[in-house]
Ligand binder design. Structure first.
Ligand SMILES: [Zn+2]
Length: 140
């Protein structure tokens, strides 16, 4: 259900620094980066929606969808505290030459025609985080 991807555009963000300096998660020798547009290089045999060559938006939160936390709407905690924040807390992230995305049929989005690599990287986390904050503040 996983895929090997090659980052094409990445956006460093404060949470990458925070993951190093203030994280409550034990992490060692993991490559940073969680916001990116990438190209699919290889897919597992159970992947249905993606194929090598597809340009995709990496979603900053990558849950295991079979976990109860994800199904209850707490995707960031699927499998344990912050375990849905997979890159780079529990797996190598987007600043490497390649990295693995788990359960890609639920954790990737195809980059739409006409959207640049840089614009796609913004949608990876920054734009939805902004909308989430606006919704929580009930800004219409
Ligand atoms: Zn982020």
């Amino acid at each position: 259900m996983d895929a090997l991807v090659k980052p094409l555009a990445v956006s460093p963000r404060a949470s990458d620094e925070r993951n190093v300096w203030e994280s409550t998660v034990e992490r060692e020798n993991l490559i940073l980066g969680h916001e990116a547009v990438a190209e699919v290089v290889e897919v597992g045999s159970l992947v249905r929606d993606f194929k090598p060559g597809d340009k995709v938006i990496i979603l900053a939160i990558a849950p295991w969808w079979e976990k109860i936390e994800a199904q209850m709407g707490f995707r960031q905690h699927s499998g344990g505290m912050l375990m849905g924040c997979r890159y780079p807390n529990f797996r190598d992230g987007a600043f490497g030459e390649h990295f693995v995305v788990i359960q890609v049929d639920g954790n990737l989005a195809k980059l739409p025609e006409g959207v640049s690599l840089e614009e796609g990287a913004l949608v990876s986390d920054m734009v939805p985080t902004g909308f989430h904050g606006a919704e929580n503040a009930e800004i219409s």
